[in-house]
Design a protein around this ligand. Structure first.
Ligand code: ADP
Ligand code: MG
Length: 270
């Protein structure tokens, strides 16, 4: 029996959509490297999606294209159904390594997007920057320069900078990879709190399968280079989530499934 078509319920427009996106790099030696091949994905507003795949499969390329920082060789990126062809404040990014301005103090680095976008009032954002710095375990370092901080601390500054204003979409490229396990777990939970509070859409690249499952609503599994989507694994685990979930059989089953999809070459933590 066919269901009646409901009048007036147009299908929801995804906040972000990639349509047949591909990228071929040309090296200085004139070789073509196909980094990304025919990738199509759509993201609903408020979703948390993790992306896992072997090293070199084009995850960073995918995020850079989505952020409007890199032009695809083919395909389109749509933000609320309008093509993106350059960076937009609607889409924020945490890069794979900390990218801080060495001549600016920690708090000034965190406040950089506010200055660039001219957001007001300055006092509100200064307070927010101080709160984020504390939340990321950097209390007492606000007035220091990046060179006075360890690599992991610098990465936390770049995470604070990405959280200082609420872009609709946040792209995170292995943001916690350089951190020790305990800090990483704390920041996972903190990120879930911030995500819930702000309702933003997050695309989170990670090598860590348990991290992907703990955080996300869906995990996009990519193939080795040239990367494309090999599978999308739903994570129908209840929220709010805590670290206790790591021991849950349902959690283990999803993690094993993803590990199986990645294949034996990827190893337990890759
Ligand atoms: P991942 O983030 O999944 O490790 P990347 O997106 O960084 O992968 O890279 C995908 C592939 O494209 C890799 O083989 C990498 O060597 C290549 N690549 C990335 N950037 C460039 C570039 N600017 N020029 C040429 N090749 C590149
Ligand atoms: Mg990468």
């Amino acid at each position: 029996m066919r269901r009646p078509v409901e009048a007036g319920t147009a299908p929801a427009v995804p906040i972000l959509a990639l349509r047949d996106v591909s990228k071929t790099y040309r090296t200085v030696r004139g070789e073509n490297i196909v980094a990304l091949s025919q990738t199509s994905l759509a993201f609903e507003a408020g979703e948390f999606v993790a992306i896992v795949g072997p090293s070199g499969c084009g995850k960073t390329t995918l995020l850079n294209i989505t952020a409007g920082l890199l032009r695809p060789s083919g395909g389109t990126i749509l933000f609320r159904n309008a093509a993106i062809d350059g960076p937009t404040p609607e889409v924020g990014m945490v890069f794979q390594g900390p990218v801080l301005l060495p001549w600016r103090k920690v708090i000034e680095n965190v406040l950089l997007p506010i200055e660039v976008l001219g957001l007001r009032p300055a006092s509100r954002y200064r307070q927010r920057a101080a709160d984020l710095i504390g939340m990321l375990g950097l209390a007492g370092f606000a007035e220091r320069y990046p060179r006075e901080l360890s690599g992991g601390m610098q990465q936390r500054v770049s995470i604070a900078r990405a959280l200082i204003y609420d872009s609709s979409v946040l792209l995170m490229d292995e943001p916690f990879a350089a951190l020790d396990a305990m800090t990483r777990e704390e920041l996972n939970l903190e990120l879930l709190r911030i995500w819930k509070m702000t309702g933003r859409t997050i695309l989170f690249v990670t090598h860590n399968i348990p991290e992907a499952v703990l955080l996300s609503d869906r995990v996009v599994v990519m193939t080795p280079r040239p990367g494309k989507v090999s599978a999308v694994v739903p994570v129908p685990l209840p929220r709010p989530r805590s670290l206790a979930l790591l021991g849950d059989p349902a959690f283990g089953a999803i993690a094993s499934r993803i590990r199986g999809l990645l294949g034996p070459r990827s190893g337990p933590a890759a």
